[in-house]
Write a protein that binds this ligand. Sequence first.
Ligand code: NAD
Length: 460
Amino acid sequence: MANIAVIGCGYVGLGTASVFAEFGHTVVGVDNDEAKVARLRDGDCPIFEPGLQEMLHRGLHAGRLSFTTEYADAVQTAEFVFICVSTPCAPHGGADMQYVRQAARSIGRQLAPERRTIIVNKSTMPPGSGDLVGALLGEEADPRARFAVVANPEFLREGSAVRDMLEPDRIVLGAADCSAAESVAALYPATDAPVVITDLRTAEIIKYAANAFLTTRISFINEIAQICEALGADVRHVAHGIGLDKRIGPHFLNAGIGFGGSCFPKDAQALEYIGAVANCYPRLLRSVLEINRDSRRSLVSKLDRMLGGLDGRTVAVWGLAFKPNTDDLREAPALDIIREMIACGARVRAYDPAAMDAARQLLPPSVAMCSDAYEAAEGADAVALVTEWNEFRGLDLVRVRELLRRPVLVDGRNVYDAHEMAALGFTYRGVGVPVVESIEDRTDEAAGAHVPVAVGQLAL
Ligand code: NAD
């Protein structure tokens, strides 16, 4: 078993530290946020992530997991130091490496001269970062200190981070020195997951390419959804029909209002930037990002059409986190959508099962923060479902209809069935699904009647 230091105790770092402690290693988590470290020492998990709180407790009670703000406490005794600090989007669109630089210098100053330390880049870092971290360590370290840098990008999904870390699809390791990569591989218990060992830059690009591919699938199906919507076809069946092709597969083909979160938008943007700087014109990535921006806007314009304008209307927004099972609001579509609704003159009543505390800090004070989906719907002119939390699937929709001033529901994630919603008396619109009119729609001129493109217009 090894001594491990983990620098940065956010979604990735805390997960990494807790999982390595669960594997039996001795782990010290370092974070420069004193309040966060104090909470972690008390066993209070600062983020919502299924299973993480329990794992944190087990690690603390077993004495294998501890937290500090001091690099010296953690790095001097560590054989492996994982860098898990944030790499947000810089104003130029590339990754902001200031936290990585700070961490690398702080690690360098504490490297023990008497033995070799392996520094592992787990944060998502642009190609060339392994060399950068190595250079910064070299500038700061005692000249006798020996170290190697390994890239070990993280592929966890928020909401299922613990499971993803315990059962990864693959472990990617990049290093100039293959033996260093093999030592990092040995930290993970024997799993069926293939271990892919490459050079540093290749491993760094694998992470960006994986996220770029997933975002491409999302924007692809959202573009197909628009076409389906215009032609009266059903994108859910299209996705099913193409996903059964083994060359395509079913994943990441749910049409909706696009991707958000701390990774997909910034990583697609960063790869676009890297490509542009390297004189490779990244056309596909630019389109992926453009479609994603439009997907968010389309929910607001749909609602605007259905309500005959948003000025003076009240809208209930269900779901704020960028996806279910997390409280993470970074790049959450809901934030853009709410801001745009407010700019159009709407009042917003918002509810999310996990992200209310974080949302209070980010949303304008005019947004009414509600204690559940029903309270949000009370007296509203429409509901906009933005995040597909499971709890929204089990709601009493008859009660919701009665609470609303008008039974209008725009479903940004295709959670509900258009026929069932029409039967319940809702004016309902999903994404890329045919419109089913309710009895009220037929008599309501402001229902935003949607007529598919006629055969004649298709020039067949
Ligand atoms: P985060 O913002 O949740 O956590 C980063 C932590 O690092 C914070 O607690 C911060 O206080 C701390 N920190 C910053 N600078 C520090 C320093 N110099 N020394 C010590 N602590 C410092 O970020 P995250 O979501 O965990 O992401 C970390 C990295 O992992 C990013 O590069 C991200 O792209 C990548 N990643 C994230 C996910 C995800 O789902 N969140 C998945 C895969 C990869």
